[in-house]
Design a protein around this ligand. Sequence first.
Ligand code: ZN
Length: 430
Amino acid sequence: MNMPRSLRLLPALLACALLCAGCGVNPVTGSSELSFVSEQEEIRIGQSQYGPSQQSQGGVLNLYPDLSAYVSRVGMSLARVSDRPELPYEFVVLDNSVPNAWALPGGKIAVNRGLLYELDDEAQLAAVLGHEIVHAAARHGAKQQEKGTLLNIGLAVIGVATAGTGLQDLAMQGAQLGGAMVQTRYGRDAELESDRFGMQYMARAGYDPQGAVALQQRFVQLSDGKQPAGFSALFASHPPSQERVDANRRTASRLGAGGRDGRADFQRAMAQLKRDRPAYEAYAKGVTAMNQNQYAEALKYSREAIRLQEREGQFHELAAAAQSRLDLPADAIKSLNRAVALNQSYYRPYLMRGTLHLKRGNLDVAKQDLTVANKLLPTADATFGLGEIAQKEGDIDTALRYYDPVARSQSQLAAEARNRIARLRSGYQP
Ligand SMILES: [Zn+2]
């Protein structure tokens, strides 16, 4: 039988398509490599995961808009002179004490408040951001994606973003959450590559590349023995080493001296955050107390933090978590109202308030809050809560639709969701 000509050509066309998508030149290093993720796909992955990744890592630090704009300016000055200036770069500061930074494919980058405290000048900030830009530009994350080491982050989040129904747990989960992509380990070669090309971008943007040497030296010192708590995330994804310090020294001497360190500008941009450090320290003590079930103590520290800086939403969340445990639900809701007013784009106070309202039988407001929370970051807690509301309202189809993804998640609510589905399907109403 005669195949139409177009069909006969199909195998050849397919082979070509595979070859064309499969072979390429790395845009940063210039070496040839296999790639199955197109640039559009890279950008799409980064764009779709950026919001949930930010939410699960503490949300955007909105209390210091000038500092955020400053970090973004420094990042963009490096991105413009990078090997892929056309990527849709974005830089945010996250409200997270853990010293960490990460990059998603397509140039979506974040640095935590906790890491900014560890830096001395703008050149060191440029070293952090330049390094992350290379992870994105050289497709380090996209390559991990190809190896299949990364899960669909949406599913991962719904799996991990639950920690029982207690507000205590909810208030603490920020640091542990986050998709696999944020915690990607790139390996030694990728780290060296990111240091080397990041320093080139620094030099091109007018910074002294010595900033990258000083930064790496600092991290080696911190990782040596008594590393302060919280560094494990950064060091797991970007392991510091004497090898990297030495390599950075060689790169710096090759690039030559003469750039600026931007110390005064950095210190000016950081001034308010530094003044507020005692408030964040009181908050950290409160979180520790909360984790040890010392609720009165946690409430005391939250009040201390609020006295020092009233406009940080997370301080009010901590107060709410403690108040809820101390059986002061009305106070807790008041604290959460303040937290929401201070930051309307962070999922956690909505989730906490919705959960409290649900417990008190205020189904309409609970539904509103949990819906907003789920839009910002889908969690098993909010999804289960919405199922419960639907069930209470007698809307069994909707309840099943909410319980289903929870039942299939790895959350602590999975078993309970499966029970409820079984009961609803057999027509038994508890
Ligand atoms: Zn790295």
